[in-house]
Design a protein around this ligand. Structure first.
Ligand code: NOJ
Length: 535
């Protein structure tokens, strides 16, 4: 094959894998309400985010996922959209958002918006039209039963709120009516259940593609997709949802091949088949993610078990077959902060893991400084117990920790007392801080392809109830051993390789003696394997 042919082959392979920028992407999740308030109204905004892009870049992240920023009554923090084509005025205008895209791109970074295709707010004009008893364009935009006395089995519903004779299925909170993408196998006894290819479900999907087209056209780089595996109903094996997203992926490959898609699905074997480039491991579902960071005895707190997580991870990894990336977040806006369970130097070990695993890492804003989960808050915007993980960023020691110039009582969510916590500014000055450690880890990851998104992994030591965790990462000729011991004892394992130079160390020593690798308490390291021989 000539070099042009080879190039073509490489291009095609890359197209199948998705945009090349994901190969070394490291994401930072921004909850816009709480990041930076530039106009003193107590809530974050687009200009505030623009002010802090250099901070994110300096940390080493080169991509952003921003939580929903569209017009909404904010009954669920914006996951209740009332207009998909309009930025929420409290954050700025569509022009401001476009400027944010441009500022991100100027810094050679990328930004994903949060797409909520499964449901809208009850305030959405589509829903208002759909409530009307007479047939109209939006009658089948949502999932309605054919009688007010019939509820959709297994789902909540909105009933008796208009003269339309039916109950409308809801997806999450009862103010979030479910958009209609059809049923995988409609029940012939329930004629209100529509097939995926019926006109109502088709027009919903085409409209959602228009929404994507609109924002990609303005310059966003893709989407994090809310509840992505739950659009088609009655779809036990996920086949309907996989087919739906394959169609979306075809549209994106045709019109926006550089756009990246990450799903809130939590089952990579399905989501990646559906054409998503990335899927999250989530704090619910089958992943055992919580065993690592959020349970009574998390592995990274020093007395837990990593084996079930690794078993499930490997199963998904193999089933995914390199089609896309499995992404492990440090946290997100739906779960308690990482620092609630994992403390002190062990947070550094948790990040040593997060930043040396395959897939694109996602850092939840504030986790890089170990921001605390704020206990006992009243719920804000449907946050309930998630509210404590959504408090405004702690930038520095000026009033409201540099988040806002509003009076303290007008802040979107209360912040923790500054006396008890450290701020981003404190940590930027301290070479031993969590943030500085994360910066180091990121620069090491970015210097070694084997440690990046598509480098392969093989677990060397991940046994039940036993420390340390050890795995190999490799790509081409590059091979590294990552070893992490969050326990407070020296631990050892047998390794069939010779340890070479360290590219990263934290904590105590890692030494190899008579075929055994001994790891000090609370220690992590990344080592070259030299030479690659069985000892
Ligand atoms: C998942 C989102 O992350 C969460 O915040 C939201 O409440 C639900 N989906 C409903 O959209």
């Amino acid at each position: 094959m000539g070099s042009a042919g080879k190039k073509e082959g490489k291009k095609q392979k890359q197209e199948k894998l998705g945009p090349a920028w994901l190969d070394n992407a490291i994401f930072y999740e921004i909850y816009p309400q709480s990041f930076r308030d530039s106009n003193g109204d107590g809530i974050g905004d687009f200009h505030g985010i623009m002010e802090k892009l250099d901070y994110i870049k300096e940390l080493g992240c080169n991509a952003i996922w921003m939580n929903p920023c569209f017009e909404s009554p904010f009954g669920d923090a914006g996951y209740d959209v009332s207009n998909y084509y309009k930025a929420a005025p409290r954050y700025g205008t569509n022009e401001d958002l476009k400027r944010l895209f441009d500022e991100v791109h100027k810094r050679e970074m990328h930004i994903l918006l949060d797409l909520v295709p499964g449901h809208t707010s009850v305030n959405h004009e589509w829903f208002r039209q759909s409530l009307r008893p007479e047939q109209n364009e939006y009658t089948d935009r949502y999932i309605w039963t054919d009688s007010i006395w019939k509820e959709p089995a297994g789902y909540g519903s909105l009933r008796g709120i208009s003269d339309r004779n039916g109950s409308c299925m809801v997806n999450f909170f009862s103010h979030q009516p479910a958009l209609n993408y059809g049923f995988y196998k409609p029940d012939p006894e329930e004629p209100w259940q529509q097939a995926m290819d019926a006109p109502g479900p088709r027009s919903t999907l085409l409209e959602m593609m228009n929404v994507m087209r609109f924002w990609l056209g303005l310059g966003c780089d893709g989407f994090r997709v809310d509840m992505a595996g739950q659009l088609v109903k009655g779809d036990v094996d996920g086949k309907g949802n996989i087919a739906l997203w394959q169609e979306v992926r075809e549209f994106l490959d045709r019109e926006f091949p550089e756009a990246a898609m990450v799903s809130e699905w939590g089952e990579p074997d399905k989501s990646l088949q559906g054409g998503f480039h990335m899927d999250f491991l989530l704090h619910f579902g089958p992943s055992h993610y919580n065993d690592l960071f959020r349970c009574e005895k998390p592995f990274f707190a020093g007395e837990g078990d990593v084996s079930k997580f690794v078993e499930k991870y490997l199963d998904s990894y193999q089933k995914a077959g390199g089609k896309g990336l499995i992404c492990i977040p440090s946290g997100n806006h739906d779960m308690a902060r990482l620092a609630k369970y994992v403390k002190g130097d062990r947070l550094k070990l948790a990040f040593a893991f997060l930043l040396t695993m395959p897939g694109a890492p996602f850092i939840y804003y504030g986790d890089e400084i170990g921001m605390p989960y704020v206990e006992k808050l009243f719920s804000v915007e449907g946050g309930y117990d998630r509210t404590g993980a959504r408090s405004p960023m702690l930038w520095d020691r000026t009033p409201n920790a540099g988040f806002s110039s509003a009076p303290k009582e007008e802040l979107y969510i209360p912040q923790p007392e500054l006396a008890d916590v450290s701020t981003a500014a404190d940590q930027m000055e301290d070479r031993d801080s969590l943030r500085s450690e994360i910066q180091r880890l990121i620069s090491i990851r970015q210097a070694h392809k084997a440690l990046q998104s598509r480098g392969e992994i093989e677990f060397v030591h991940a046994r039940e109830g036993v420390y340390p965790l050890a795995y190999l990462r490799f790509s081409g000729e590059e091979r590294y051993l990552v070893v992490i011991n969050p326990s407070d004892r020296e631990e050892a394992f047998t390794g069939k390789f010779l340890l070479g130079d360290a590219v990263y160390t934290f904590g105590g020593r890692v030494k190899q003696q008579r075929g055994k690798v001994h790891v000090d308490p609370c220690t992590a390291g990344i080592y070259e394997i030299q030479p690659w021989v069985v000892v």
